[in-house]
Design a protein around this ligand. Structure first.
Ligand SMILES: Cc1cc2nc3c(=O)[nH]c(=O)nc-3n(C[C@H](O)[C@H](O)[C@H](O)COP(=O)(O)OP(=O)(O)OC[C@H]3O[C@@H](n4cnc5c(N)ncnc54)[C@H](O)[C@@H]3O)c2cc1C
Length: 473
């Protein structure tokens, strides 16, 4: 493909806006976080304003070049990857990184798409407010990325997914048209909710360039506990108790199997890092609970302790550790946030990001594991995550000493797990999205009418199929 148009484009943009493989190092943009996919991009474009991005989109459209939006490149489904050999451009929004405004009176902030989540969180904090979304990838994931994937995370239990924070959006749509939708009003029923359509569209309908986001009061007191249990049913009983005693304050309820703790310790030891197990005895299932309040007088720790004491006396839990210091709390979160990476230490792990109705999780896990053992005897289940949202990372680790045992059975395993998810009325893509990884599965498992409507929407908003083609639909 002739690159004359790219040279012409470069001339009208600010320095650093165009990176080319023959001249620049594209490694950080072409290498996907998990290493499952690799891009060979025609170029990486890095706009420094919405207007510059609009010029890029116009130029790519005229040249017929597909565009792949990219934020922090932490997505887990291959959504920010360019496909083909140097025929698509990656447009990375990291230079659009201004916090445009924080308005404490209306508890809103307006931020560019390229602001890292942790930067936006810190900015809100300086105004006594909280941006209520938090992921283990918050230091790298960007506002545009979390909105394009409608990310969840540990605070979803209290505040919902990313979509629930969005008051307004600015976006660059087909042919480089700019949609000025940065509303600061929370009530706006004037026409279709375009923002809700763009959120979760994974870059297939256009570029999110900025967002106005709802904030909540910052927490003033918090308490954290790690609980050991015998079964998932016991964890569900504990969740019921926490909801009834502390529902206004419950901020995280993360399920963790003992295998995950074992793997985190093994992986960290292999890196020369020390980590201690939180519980003295390894209970089969464990739960990390966090509560907080914006009322500095709220006796949260006492309330959490007395609630946990009640479930302990009822025989529901085996062991409880309540954090006594900031360092205890950090240790607990470090353990939780290291699970994703740690699984690689045992070889090729298979990961599913699924949801099923929360009360059915015990039954789902038990039934699904029976079928899995028939496919690969000795396979180990490392299902962890956001139990209260009905969302677990239903990950499978090979039997000890057989690092490649799952690889030849990948298709059979995925079919079985997704069949089970369908039987339990759940979702095959709970919070990470579809991207390339789950595109074929979506076609198979989506409701046919929804699939038809999705294709109509894609055709209407991206008639030339230039926004992230091949992803989702
Ligand atoms: C350690 C770790 C923990 C994680 N934990 C969670 C978790 O708890 N919950 C969760 O939901 N996810 C989690 N993720 C996944 C990931 O962090 C999120 O999906 C995040 O929202 C991606 O943001 P990003 O900026 O890195 O986007 P990218 O990876 O760059 O892009 C993701 C998708 O969004 C599109 N996109 C990016 N920016 C824009 C834009 N401005 N406009 C339009 N489209 C765009 C891309 O084309 C791609 O399809 C985790 C990832 C890691 C590595």
């Amino acid at each position: 493909m002739s690159a004359d148009w790219l040279e012409a484009l470069e001339k009208v943009l600010s320095p650093g806006s165009v990176l080319r493989p023959d001249r620049d190092d594209l490694g950080a943009y072409e290498t996907e976080w998990r290493g499952r996919y690799h891009s060979e991009a025609l170029a990486v474009l890095r706009p420094d304003s919405t207007e510059a991005l609009a010029v890029m989109v116009q130029s790519c459209t005229q040249a017929g070049v597909p565009m792949v939006p990219q934020g922090g490149n932490t997505g887990l489904v291959g959504g920010a990857v360019a496909t083909g050999h140097r025929t698509q451009v990656i447009i990375q929004l990291g230079r659009m990184n201004r916090v445009r405004q924080v308005d404490p009176a209306s508890a809103l902030m307006i931020v560019d798409a390229g602001v890292p989540v942790s930067v936006a969180q810190e900015k809100a904090k300086t105004h006594g407010l909280r941006l209520p979304i938090d992921l283990a990838s918050s230091d790298s994931a960007m506002i545009g990325g979390i909105l394009a994937t409608n990310a969840g995370g540990v605070l979803t239990i209290a505040y919902g997914n990313a979509r629930s924070l969005v008051v307004g959006l600015e976006a660059v749509l087909a042919d480089g048209q700019i949609w000025h939708g940065l509303s600061e009003v929370r009530k706006d029923n004037a026409g279709y909710a375009l923002k809700d359509l763009l959120v979760g569209s994974e870059g297939t309908l256009g570029f999110i360039t900025a967002a106005s986001l709802a904030l909540v009061p910052a927490p003033k007191v918090s308490a954290t506990a790690w609980v050991g249990l015998k079964s998932v049913e016991a964890a569900l009983g504990l969740l019921d108790q926490m909801r009834s005693d502390l529902s206004d304050h419950l901020r995280a309820f993360e399920l963790i199997p003992s295998l995950a703790v074992e793997l985190v310790m093994k992986a960290r030891q292999a890196q020369g890092l020390s980590t201690r197990a939180i519980l003295d005895a390894p209970c089969p299932w464990q739960v990390l609970i966090a509560v907080d309040s914006s009322d500095p007088q709220a006796p949260l720790e006492e309330r959490l302790m007395s609630s946990l004491m009640a479930v302990y006396e009822a025989g529901l839990v085996e062991d409880v550790v309540v954090s006594q210091s900031e360092s205890d709390t950090q240790d607990m979160w470090l353990m939780r946030e290291s699970i994703s990476d740690a699984q690689q230490i045992e070889g090729f792990a298979l990961k599913h990001d699924i949801s099923v109705p929360t009360p059915k999780f015990g039954e789902f896990i038990a039934q699904t594991e029976v079928g899995l053992q028939k496919i690969v005897p000795g396979l180990r289940l490392c299902a962890f995550g956001h139990l209260a949202d009905g969302n677990l990372h239903f990950n499978l680790v090979p039997p000890p000493g057989q690092p490649d045992a799952l690889r030849p059975h990948e298709e059979a395993i995925v079919d079985w797990v997704f069949g089970q998810v369908r039987a339990f009325n759940g979702s095959i893509a709970a919070e990470h999205g579809v991207g390339l990884l789950r595109r074929e599965a979506l076609r198979e498992y989506a409701d046919p009418t929804k699939w038809w409507a999705m294709r109509q929407i894609k055709q209407a908003l991206d008639p030339k199929d230039l926004f992230n083609p091949g992803k989702i639909v």
